[in-house]
Design a protein around this ligand. Sequence first.
Ligand code: ATP
Length: 260
Amino acid sequence: MSQDAVIDVINVSKHFGGLAAVNNCSLSVRRGSVTGLIGPNGAGKSTLFNMVAGNIVPDEGQVIFDGQDVTGLAPHQLFRLGMLRTFQIAHEFSNMTALENLMMVPGDQPGESLANVWFRPFLARSRETAVRKKALDVIDFLKLGHVRNELAGNLSGGQKKLLELGRTMMVDAKVVLLDEVAAGVNKTLLNDLAANIERMNRELGYTFFVIEHDMDLIARLCDPVIVMAEGRKIAEGSMEEVRANPEIVEAYFGAPVEAA
Ligand SMILES: Nc1ncnc2c1ncn2[C@@H]1O[C@H](COP(=O)(O)OP(=O)(O)OP(=O)(O)O)[C@@H](O)[C@H]1O
């Protein structure tokens, strides 16, 4: 287990019937990094990611998050600990404004319960003020000020994706799991999203763990890149190192480097 890892996957396996989708796999995500996970179809990336995110319970092995064994915890429990998964489905509340959508994110706080609202109105109000300020800061950071009072249902696809990114900032996630960010997104929007992910990482110190089929996006955002094949990690390095290794290129791309 490395000292500066925020996620440590240790000897994890998952079988589906007789098939070892993930086979005694170990890997780490360094705090403050944007770590990519790539590999050929069927390599076990989604299964591994699902085990980290709490969607699938491993048959064997452990997932350590921020020093704590979280193996088998559900996604909502991981959310409370600061691990957020995003982009799998856009799930904004379309009848609420962009600002209100962000203000909905932090749960489990004083002021949320009916008792607090009735009997401790000051506490509820001061908390609402703090959440609103935070939401406005997030809106500013993502340059969504011009649509902050727009109903989320009326936002463009790109603005919805930015809002989704903003949700992770409302709870100061320790790590954000990014799931196929590029799927269904045009180049301009993707550029905008990527720039915001970079700013969140560089300016605010967010850690990202990224599963993505778009190699250009991986090359732009991720260092290191972890390569999986046949259920385990086969390599880790910068995208240049990965692309320069003929064995990895063969295992992953099944074709010369230029084709990647
Ligand atoms: N729920 C499931 N039931 C049975 N087999 C599964 C299940 N989920 C995944 N598999 C199998 O496990 C293996 C790993 O699949 P996984 O989806 O994790 O790979 P992947 O690297 O994410 O692939 P892709 O890049 O195509 O999404 C594959 O052979 C897949 O068919």
